[in-house]
Design a protein around this ligand. Structure first.
Ligand SMILES: N[C@@H](CCC(=O)N[C@@H](CS)C(=O)NCC(=O)O)C(=O)O
Length: 221
């Protein structure tokens, strides 16, 4: 059976779990990382020398890096669901996967750390404003792209939507200023209607580090 190592609330584990959910793949997830620890154990490092999550083992085949895992699982199991229909559509989906990971993800995760993962008294308003602005600039590109399509690579959900979708849940639930992004908002609302997204991506994260850790311990496998 497909095994996944990684705590349920990790942004990089979530993308893998959401993809698994969309493809209905039988799996077993192990809680490691964060307050669960275990990433410095020799048996874990032998699978993933980075000491990071996620890592998968699919019938003896070990893989790490969330986008690589999503691509692998999609190519192997995603015919008729997350896999785009043609090679060129696959390339476009790949392009948006990389974009999601490298363009809006960094300011979004920094914004998340600057708010939820920082004690309110220590928060830096200038940093929060700067990251919000960078993220908004990136999301305007996605907003324009989504003006005439329901999902990132066309009229159905594909692997293109996976890397940034879960971060959209965080963004739309953070207490920060957001610009008008009508098409990104409509796309995000479409994701929220999907049972696999509800199960794996809409994971409550609290408002501060204490709430984060309580919720982390509650969301065990
Ligand atoms: N580029 C890697 C990043 C992996 C990563 O940094 N994972 C974080 C969690 S989101 C991690 O392992 N942090 C240490 C921990 O959870 O203890 C990927 O996309 O899989």
């Amino acid at each position: 059976m497909l095994e996944v190592w990684g705590r349920r609330n990790s942004s990089n584990v979530i993308v893998v779990m959401w993809a698994i959910g969309e493809m209905n793949l039988p799996h077993r997830r192990h809680d490691v990382g964060g307050s669960f620890g275990g990433l410095d154990r020799p048996d874990y490092l032998a699978m993933n020398p980075n000491g990071r999550v996620p890592t998968i083992n699919d019938e003896g085949f070990v893989l790490w890096e969330s986008n690589a895992i999503v691509r692998y699982l999609t190519r192997r199991y995603g015919q008729g669901s997350l896999l785009p229909d043609s090679e060129s559509e696959c390339a476009i989906a790949d392009q948006w996967m990389e974009w999601g990971k490298t363009t809006p993800y960094p300011p979004c995760i920094e914004l998340f750390w600057a708010t939820v993962r920082t004690e309110p008294i220590c928060r830096n308003a200038d940093l929060i404003a700067a990251r919000s602005e960078s993220l908004a600039e990136a999301l305007k590109i996605l907003d324009t792209h989504l003006a005439n399509r329901a999902y990132i690579a066309g009229d159905r959900l594909t692997m293109a939507d996976i890397p940034f979708g879960p971060m959209a849940y965080r963004y739309f639930n953070l207490d920060v200023a957001r610009p008008e992004l009508p098409n990104v908002t409509a796309w995000y609302e479409r994701l929220c209607d999907r049972p696999a997204f509800q199960e794996h991506a809409m994971i409550p994260f609290g408002r501060n580090p204490a709430e984060w850790y309580v919720l982390e311990r509650e969301s065990v496998s």
